[in-house]
Design a protein around this ligand. Structure first.
Ligand code: HQG
Length: 181
């Protein structure tokens, strides 16, 4: 039950920090950071009480490590997944040779035509392992995992960025780099 409460609070914070900072009257800076003290105050005044201890637990125990603290832990941001305009300035990283994208059967015709495009988020989300990709797809229905050959993308000038939580991000993936199951 304690955990249920934390999950609820975590969901709330995820929504605020990725999509709706305005819903509790906070702003994110260009890189997506906001002051922890202000976040907790404003959350409380909008009916969501989160103590500093709970926040620390949420950040560390979150299943997908959705949140990142800055060095002195006075600021927090979502690790990825934003729909509001931010530039996380994530480092460009060299990916493993194959990355995976989890999706659902019904999107395949469109993906086969257009390749992978970000939905409402900034980037296409890729995972380093098949299990994670399966779980991402399963949120929407019967999951399908598409493999992405990273070498050819790198050769052709595409950049991969790695989020603080191990998620791989790329602006798009044209069809010719995709391997369908
Ligand atoms: C699909 C969650 C048709 C794409 C998850 C995906 C992940 C296309 C959807 C993280 C398409 C976008 C990211 C095309 C892509 N035609 N459909 N050409 N190209 N798509 O939610 O990857 O819980 O923005 O396959 O677990 O599903 O929020 O991306 O189904 O980790 O932390 O368009 O979000 O994490 O959907 O999920 P999303 P995603 P959190």
């Amino acid at each position: 039950q304690v955990n249920e409460q934390l999950v609820k609070k975590s969901r709330f914070l995820s929504r605020v920090l990725r999509h709706r900072p305005d819903s509790i009257g906070i702003t994110l800076d260009k890189q997506g950071w906001t002051e922890v003290s202000e976040l907790l105050e404003k959350a409380a005044s909008h009916g969501m009480q989160v103590s500093r201890e709970e926040l620390d637990r949420i950040v560390v125990e979150n299943d997908k490590r959705r949140f990142t603290f800055n060095a002195d832990r006075s600021q927090i941001r979502a690790a990825q997944g934003h729909s509001v305009k931010v530039d996380l300035q994530l480092p460009v990283c060299t990916p493993p040779p194959v990355l995976y994208h989890g999706t659902v059967v019904k999107f395949l015709p469109s993906i086969r035509k257009q390749g992978l495009f970000p939905g409402s988020r900034h980037d296409v989300h890729l995972s380093a392992n098949m299990e994670t990709a399966l779980a991402v797809g399963a949120r929407r229905g019967s999951p399908v995992v598409i493999s992405v050959e990273t070498y050819s993308l790198l050769r052709d000038g595409f950049q991969f960025r790695c989020a603080d939580n191990g998620v791989w991000l790329i602006s798009k993936v044209p069809v010719k780099y995709l391997r369908f199951p």
